[in-house]
Write a protein that binds this ligand. Structure first.
Ligand code: HPA
Length: 318
């Protein structure tokens, strides 16, 4: 038998640490960006695992940014939330940056909803608007797939033609319409940060077809797509990008807008989770999307079989 890759063994070791605490199998994973920190109040939380409790897990060095996985239910839908992400600008390598996303997938999440705060490049965008990500430009950041390929989870040269799943995007669009929440689709461009862009850079990004700019999401979408996880993304436009409005950019402004617009964002996200679950149920029932369903089931089985953990009752960690 071929030896396991180093990357996979690390992923496995973290999953088995989590499996020693809980056998919770999430159906949907959610990465919480700025403005959504309090989203866990909307769900029935059954347990939390701080990243710092997991050996070999990257822990954010920025104070007040300590992340955790939150496990719980939206109605009866098992979800895992990534409350706090690891950013490349903090000095981690890309393997560490996408590790929490990969862990959510390994725990069983076949769908992941990525959220973030972003600067608006498209002229008709405005602070407070929510953008559903239709595609991304990751050319300005290193790939999370550099180095030996982790054969156990995905292909060496994965296709990126449809990173943001069409069916999930349709659910997002319809949900926003139902709730009468303004929503636009657009292309997200990732920079390394931590500095905001210059007006000249924004002009260039605009010419390249970017509608919004941020420092996190594209690499996570790549890593998840590599694993065959279905991905969608929601950007909260917290400010117009550099040079597009008077004044200068500040993290305070970004946080303030994120907090103000957070209610709509949370409401949309909650209903998107519910409606995505309806889609998954329909797919399961009709087996219309047979390949995706089988792949998701297979992933779940592998996630469980590969780890070799014993069954545990769900522990109320809270
Ligand atoms: N640029 C990059 N990242 C951001 C911005 C921005 O203008 N706003 C929020 N995150």
């Amino acid at each position: 038998m071929q030896e396991k890759s180093e990357g996979f063994m690390l992923i496995e070791s973290i999953v088995s640490q989590i499996r020693r605490i809980t056998n919770f199998v999430p159906k949907i994973g959610v990465v919480l960006g700025s403005g959504l920190g309090s989203f866990s109040e909307e769900i029935r939380v059954i347990g939390k695992i701080p990243y710092s409790k997991l050996k070999n897990f990257p822990v954010s060095t920025v104070s007040g940014h300590n992340g955790q996985f939150i496990f719980g239910y939206v109605n009866k839908i098992p979800v895992v939330l990534m409350d706090g992400r690891v950013h490349y600008y903090e000095g981690y390598n890309m393997f560490d940056v996408v590790l929490p996303d990969r862990i959510m997938a390994m725990l069983g999440a076949g769908v992941v909803i990525l959220t973030n705060a972003a600067g608006g490049i498209e002229k008709t965008f405005y602070p407070g608007l929510i953008m559903s990500i239709s595609d991304h430009i990751s050319t300005f950041v290193p790939s999370p797939l550099l180095g030996p390929n982790i054969e156990e989870i995905g292909a060496r040269f994965p296709d990126m033609s449809h990173v943001y799943n069409k069916d999930l995007r349709m659910v997002i669009y319809n949900t926003a319409q139902q709730l009468r929440i303004p929503l636009r689709e657009g292309v997200y461009l990732q920079t390394t940060g931590p500095q905001y862009e210059t007006p000249a850079e924004i002009k260039m990004f605009d010419a390249m077809g970017a509608d919004a700019v941020g420092m996190s999401t594209a690499v996570e979408a790549i890593a998840l797509n590599h694993m065959g996880v279905r991905v969608c993304g929601l950007s909260l436009i917290t400010n117009m990008a550099a040079g597009l409005s008077k004044g200068s950019l500040s993290h305070e402004e970004v946080k303030k807008t994120a907090d103000e617009a957070g209610e709509n964002f949370k409401k949309l996200l909650l209903n998107v989770i519910i409606n995505i679950n309806e889609l998954l149920k329909q797919e399961e029932a009709s087996l219309k999307n047979k390949d995706a369903v089988i792949a998701a089931e297979q992933k779940k089985k592998e996630a469980i079989n590969n780890i070799g953990f014993e069954e545990f009752d769900i522990i109320e960690i809270k």
